[in-house]
Design a protein around this ligand. Sequence first.
Ligand code: GLN
Length: 278
Amino acid sequence: MTCREAVRMGEQRLRDAGVPEAANDAWLLFSEAAGMDRTHFFLEQNEPVSEEQLQTYDRLLRSREQRIPLQQILGTAGFMGMDFLVNEHVLTPRQDTEILTEEAIARCRDGFEVLDLCTGSGCIAISLKKLYQGSLHVTAADLSTEALKVAQENARRLGAEIDFVQGDLFEHLPGSFDLVVSNPPYIPTADIEELMPEVREHEPMTALDGHEDGLYFYRKITAEARQHLHRGGALLFEIGCDQGKAVSALMQEAGFINTEIKKDYGGLDRVVLGQLPV
Ligand code: GLN
């Protein structure tokens, strides 16, 4: 079988398994199995694939046919121009979350104490530390020790100095912060069934399930944040696209001012932020 035929065959297999972007995924899995970039492929597409490469490719295709997310198979996901390790213990970083990260960076000032709650892979905390042009002290917390292992390894690989804390939201976090950022679980329990199998069956449910109305973590974090924020401190959330009004109202009831809703690249509400009075 030639390289070109192998990619075609993979595409067909993935399409038959109902994988949404079969052509893209088949190419990326072939590229991984054969250790071949685009240029290399273009030059060698009519050359035969080795037995060993075919075996590896078949193994990767089988995982994808079972709807294991592409990033979990490849082991990394791109976010804010960096590569983050991912596995089944962390939510795969989404492009949508870059909006939250950018809004947080825009509100950081030199010397700020920053907290990322529900850090997962650590993608937000690490991006803040790496991309803010100045000094920050960043703390990142998660309930899951398995997620924290991934986040710690990401911080080490990317050279970001972060304090990682295991705990339930603010549980083990003494002291206070200038900025708290969080992408908490926000899918209403009843909607979990409708998620793609990649997400529903292979991403950590504890990172997705926002309980009955999806707002459980916004309520808890907003209520507790006051005790953990300095005067004038900012709170920023990623939200589900229909949660903007509800989360803004929760923040206003808790005494936050200047609340704003920001949209993602698809024009959907994606971030709610606000601050405490000075
Ligand atoms: N945006 C994610 C999804 O739709 C959910 C992220 C979350 O619950 N924080 O799969």
